[in-house]
Design a protein around this ligand. Structure first.
Ligand code: BTN
Length: 249
């Protein structure tokens, strides 16, 4: 692997609780920009909003430590940028997933990838480090829990392609490096918008402490979601998720 990371600063684990947890621990101990943690499986994979991320053998579980000079207000853009990097990596294999705001990738209507970005902040509130955690389902899971069967899928089952863990990681890191360098110019945003799974759909979001329904119409420069509520007003949603009306995720 070249570019953002190389074999020297990748930590491999057969099994760990969470690569994000380890990456945060390493970052707090001073690990360099570009350090990556990869595991074959996780026993306590972390998802967004405190959820668990099912992480059996057959997936890529990758956490990347970055030390970018970015304002905290760029966190959502970074998250969207990471999703776009996964999209671009899969495009190299002729695979065209869709990106659900903020950072899930779907293929044929089911989730193939989740991303969890976590920041470490200095006492003055500035960003010290970022951990970008990516979980990508590469191969079928023979023990997939029944409750996930309609919700998640994997690249091999959907495309017939057997993409190796290291090849996937290498392609993702290459695109992540490029999109992160170009973050101030928001070059990821065109792809992120074009391949959105969210725009044009009716969604439920949290606004003013309440759940509200509306139409997802566009993204801002910071990758926040613009929703038109049924009273015609438009609002920028920059936290939480957008649930589809018929979607259990
Ligand atoms: C989500 O779908 O809510 C986000 C899931 C993020 C999962 C990845 S797997 C690698 C890294 N380590 C973790 O514990 N979580 C992230």
């Amino acid at each position: 692997m070249d570019g953002l990371t190389n074999m020297k600063n990748i930590r491999f684990f057969e099994e760990t609780d969470s690569t994000n947890r380890i990456a945060k621990e390493l970052a707090a101990q001073g690990a360099a920009h570009g350090t990556a943690v990869i595991a074959d499986r996780q026993t306590a994979g972390r998802g967004r909003l405190g959820k668990r991320f099912h992480s059996p053998e057959g997936g890529l579980y990758l956490s990347m430590i970055l030390r970018p000079a970015l304002p905290v207000s760029d966190m959502m853009a970074v998250t969207a940028c990471a999703a776009t990097a996964v999209f671009a990596a899969l495009s190299e294999y002729g695979i065209a997933p869709q990106i659900k705001w903020v950072n899930d990738l779907f293929l044929n209507g089911r989730k193939i990838c989740g991303i969890l970005c976590e920041g470490g902040f200095a006492a003055d509130g500035t960003l010290e480090y970022l951990v970008i955690g990516i979980g990508l389902n590469l191969h079928p899971d023979p023990n997939l829990p029944a409750e996930l069967a309609d919700i998640v899928t994997n690249l091999e089952s959907e495309t017939g392609q057997h993409i190796g863990r290291n090849d996937a990681a290498s392609a993702i890191l290459m695109h992540l490096e490029r999109f992160m360098e170009e973050l101030p110019a928001r070059t990821f945003l065109e792809i992120y918008t074009k391949h959105s799974y969210t725009l044009g759909k009716r969604v439920i979001v949290m606004h003013g402490g309440h759940e509200r329904e509306g139409l997802a119409i566009s993204y801002t420069e910071d990758a926040a979601l613009v929703v038109r509520f049924d009273d015609g007003t438009e609002h920028v949603i920059s936290t939480g998720t957008a649930r589809f009306l018929k979607d259990p995720t």
